[in-house]
Design a protein around this ligand. Structure first.
Ligand SMILES: Nc1ncnc2c1ncn2[C@@H]1O[C@H](COP(=O)(O)OP(=O)(O)OP(=O)(O)O)[C@@H](O)[C@H]1O
Length: 246
C-alpha cells in the first residue's frame, strides 16, 4: 500500500517560536520497495515521517495531503484506524514506542494478542531483539536494545506501510546489517518501507535502498537511485557520499 505526501507544508507554532519545517514536500513511498530518506540534521526528516504516520505534534498546522493507499487521510479518527495494522512507525527514540510502567515482553505479547499477525518470537528474531530481555522495563534497556525492541513492536501488527526513523543509529555494524536485511525482506514481501538514515556507507555497501530522497531545509532536494545521486556534482549532495568514498 503506497504512502504519499503531496505538497505537504507543515508549520510549527508554539508559544515560544514558530517555523515552517516542511515546504510543499512531495514524497512517494511505493509498495515492495525501500525508500531511504537522507538529509542534514534538523532538515525535517522526522517531521516527514510523523506526517506519513499521522503523528505530527499538536503544535503543527499542515496544508497539502497525506495519502495512504491512494486515499487522502483526513483527521485523527481516520489515523487511529490506520495506525498499527496499516501504517507503522518505528520512532527515532525506541523508548517512546513503549509505556514506561510495563515490561517490554508484556507489551510485545499484548501487540501479538491484539493484531494476531506476527508472533512475538518471529518479530523478535527479525528485529534481533533477544527475547530474554523481555522481563526488563523499557528504561532498563540500552539504546540499541530498545531500538530493536521497538522494531519488533512495529513489525508485530505487520503494517503495510512501515516508516523507520533511524532504525540502526544505535547499533553495531553486524546488528545494523541484520536490521537492514530484515527491512529489505519486509519490503520484498510487499510493504512500502521508508527508512530515515544517516548510514550512507551501509546503503552504499549493501545496496539495500531502491530509491533515495535527499532533503534540505524542509524541502526535497534530490531524488533518484543511490548511484544517480552519488554522481551529482552538487556540494550538498557530495557531502553525504564523499566520506564513504562513493
Ligand atoms: N515536537 C516538535 N515540536 C516542535 N518542533 C519540532 C518538533 N520536533 C522537531 N521540531 C523541529 O522541526 C524541525 C525539523 O526537525 P526533524 O526532527 O524533522 O529533523 P531531522 O531531519 O529528523 O533531524 P535529525 O537527523 O537530527 O533527527 C527542526 O527545526 C526541529 O526543531
Amino acid at each position: 500500500m503506497p504512502a504519499e505526501l503531496r505538497e505537504l507544508t507543515v508549520h510549527i507554532d508554539t508559544s515560544r517560536w514558530n517555523e515552517t519545517v516542511l515546504h510543499a514536500v512531495d514524497l512517494v513511498v511505493p509498495d515492495g520497495k525501500i525508500t531511504a530518506l537522507l538529509g542534514e540534521s534538523g532538515c525535517g526528516k522526522s517531521m516527514a515521517a510523523a506526517a506519513l504516520t499521522g503523528s505530527l505534534p499538536d503544535s503543527a498546522r499542515s496544508t497539502g495531503e497525506v495519502r495512504i493507499g491512494g486515499e487522502p487521510v483526513r483527521g485523527q479518527r481516520q489515523w487511529r484506524r490506520l495506525r498499527g495494522g496499516t501504517v507503522g512507525l518505528l520512532p527515532q527514540a525506541g523508548v517512546t514506542a513503549f509505556h514506561a510502567e510495563d515490561t517490554v515482553g508484556a507489551q510485545l505479547r499484548a501487540l501479538e494478542t491484539r493484531y494476531r499477525r506476527w508472533s512475538v518470537d518471529r518479530a523478535c528474531e527479525a528485529a534481533r531483539y533477544p527475547t530474554e530481555l523481555g522481563d526488563l522495563y523499557p528504561n532498563q534497556h540500552s539504546g540499541g536494545q530498545i531500538q530493536r525492541a521497538a522494531l519488533a513492536a512495529a513489525l508485530l501488527p505487520e503494517p503495510r506501510v512501515l516508516v523507520a526513523d533511524e532504525p540502526t543509529a544505535s547499533l553495531d555494524t553486524e546488528n545494523a546489517y541484520g536490521v537492514w536485511v530484515t527491512l529489505r525482506r519486509y519490503a520484498d514481501a510487499g510493504a512500502a518501507v521508508l527508512v530515515i538514515t544517516h548510514d550512507v556507507p551501509m546503503l552504499a555497501a549493501a545496496k539495500i535502498a531502491d530509491h533515495v530522497v535527499l532533503m534540505r531545509s524542509g524541502k526535497v532536494f534530490a531524488t533518484g537511485d543511490l548511484a544517480t545521486l552519488a554522481a551529482l556534482e552538487d556540494s550538498y549532495v557530495r557531502g553525504f557520499f564523499q566520506p564513504s568514498g562513493y
